[in-house]
Design a protein around this ligand. Sequence first.
Ligand SMILES: Nc1ccccc1C(=O)C[C@H](N)C(=O)O
Ligand SMILES: [Zn+2]
Ligand SMILES: [Zn+2]
Length: 208
Amino acid sequence: MNKWIDISQRLDNNITVWPGDTPFSYRVSWSMEESGSCNVGEITMSAHTGTHIDAPYHFDNDGKRVIDLDINLYIGPARVVHLPNVAKIGVKELNSLDLEGVERLLIRTDAWSDRRAFPSSIPPVEPELAAYLSERGVRLLGLDLPSVDELDSKELSAHHELTRCGIHILEGLVLDEVEPGDYELAALPLPLVEADGSPVRAVIRKLG
Ligand SMILES: Nc1ccccc1C(=O)C[C@H](N)C(=O)O
Ligand SMILES: [Zn+2]
Ligand SMILES: [Zn+2]
């Protein structure tokens, strides 16, 4: 049996966050000495830090919250494809690949090369790609980028169009060492009742 590979960003107090968003912090708020029995930690973070999923409520006030999302989306077979040096992620970039029957598609772009800094620009997903992917059966799209839209986008057209086509979003993956191919994926969100997003521990294992 192949080993599970971690494709998540490590959550430490230096992790890069979206400009202006809540910094990540973990601290022991109740120490062994104070409590008399154990260290008790406190985590403060944005729901969109590191490797995470977006719930539609993130960009639509009437959209689904994390708890409403089907967990079956986030666990199961996944295809990893490599698109290095692309300016955008559209039908043209993907049409040489056979994606028929792929339910979970993970795209390695390598475009966020220095994860210690927030990227200045990223290849955005073209909204037209959403219908193309959904026709082939894709229901989850994961990327090694902090967003599926241009970083300064206010419309978030790719987020909206993916959601309209029934495709869920996984962002901030670490795919630097991952070869294209077929894997099993597990990237389950926490059972956050109200949240617009959730950190995930994303792992993959080569099939076969
Ligand atoms: N944290 C933010 C703060 C302000 C504005 C956008 C974001 C985002 O996170 C957007 C990104 N597309 C995301 O879903 O992670
Ligand atoms: Zn997000
Ligand atoms: Zn997003």
